[in-house]
Design a protein around this ligand. Structure first.
Ligand SMILES: [Zn+2]
Ligand SMILES: [Zn+2]
Length: 317
């Protein structure tokens, strides 16, 4: 079968053996995979990654111990936890120290014709959610994670900094939660997507100072955190959603003087994301820039790295 291979910054497509069935795991036929900024970071050498990337996917179960899953469209949580440690016992397998991560840490990714994941990682995609929309469950879950970590009151003003894929999902998820979201970005055409969902959008050219109790940095840039700090009011909370590879230089004085709470935020539960997509409150269709066959993965990665491009999907076969 065909699989995308990433090594030393080069994306290629290879023939690899079909995965063997492992007890407790399902074999899933890829329908669509989504290229995410993390994949582009892996290409740049993040984690010293070598192998099949891909952690955003929707597929169809072709083999599983639980026969009721056969033929079902599924999405899958990307952290493979040990199930035995204290973190796992608390339901926080996403922090299991022994975890492997689909397409990121020691588990072959989803950009292959057949992939494997533990059955407990899978969520059946409801009928109301299209296959294309389902690719966004993983990043949307990461957006929803914010609401699991901090209690943002309904009606509270929240600034979301950045208008990339994750920023657009965060702004829409917080808006659906009932917050008064102001999204700051540099791309009119991208901001239009969250604006259509009811988010109020502003240009990031001029950012207000000490204006919000809640600020989310999803710029993906080293500048973002600094800007977010200056936008946050004393005693406010700043949620850090940019995973920037390398060191971010930041003056900690305003954080300390203004007694800000900094919250790091990563992956989230899939259930709230599936609920949001099902409700139609989060619009993802306009976020698809391209749909390309798996065979054209090298071109698809190039396209995903271009300015102004949002989600590039890979389609198996
Ligand atoms: Zn991702
Ligand atoms: Zn564990």
């Amino acid at each position: 079968m065909r699989a995308v291979h990433l090594e030393s910054g080069v994306v290629s497509v290879k023939s690899v053996p079909k995965p063997r069935a492992i007890p407790g795991f399902a074999t899933i036929r890829l329908l669509y995979g989504g290229i995410c900024n993390t994949d582009l970071e892996l290409q740049r050498g993040y984690y010293g990654f070598r192998g099949t990337p891909g952690h955003e996917f929707v597929g169809e179960v072709v083999e599983a111990g639980d026969r009721s899953l056969l033929g079902k469209r599924v999405v899958g949580e990307i952290n493979l936890a040990c199930g035995k440690c204290a973190w796992c016992a608390r339901g926080l397998g996403r922090h299991c120290p022994k975890r492997t991560v689909l397409g990121i840490v020691r588990h072959p990714g989803a950009f292959r014709e057949l992939l494997t994941l533990p059955v407990e990682n899978l969520h059946v995609v409801p009928r109301e959610v299209s296959t294309e929309q389902a690719v966004f469950v993983e990043p949307l879950a990461a957006a929803c994670e914010i609401l699991d970590q901090v209690k943002i009151p309904k009606g509270a003003a929240v600034a979301v900094l950045g208008d990339g894929k994750l920023g657009l999902l965060i702004a829409q998820a917080l808006h659906a939660h009932g917050a008064e979201v102001h999204q700051y970005g540099r791309h009119r055409e991208k901001l239009r997507i969250s604006e259509a969902a009811g988010v109020s959008v502003e240009s990031a050219k001029k950012l207000p100072t000490a204006a919000y109790d809640w600020v989310v940095d999803s710029t993906g840039s080293t500048e973002g955190l600094k800007q977010a700090v200056s936008m946050t009011r004393p005693r406010g909370t700043l949620i850090m959603k940019s995973t920037v590879h390398g060191l971010v230089a930041i003056d900690t004085a305003p954080v300390i003087v203004n007694e800000l709470t900094l919250v790091g935020s990563r992956c989230g539960r899939f259930e709230p994301a599936l609920r949001l997509l099902r409700s139609g409150k989060v619009r993802v269709d306009d976020m698809i820039s391209d749909l390309m066959p798996l065979e054209q993965a090298p071109q698809a990665f190039e396209r995903a790295a271009q300015k102004g491009v949002l989600k590039v999907l890979l389609r198996a076969s």
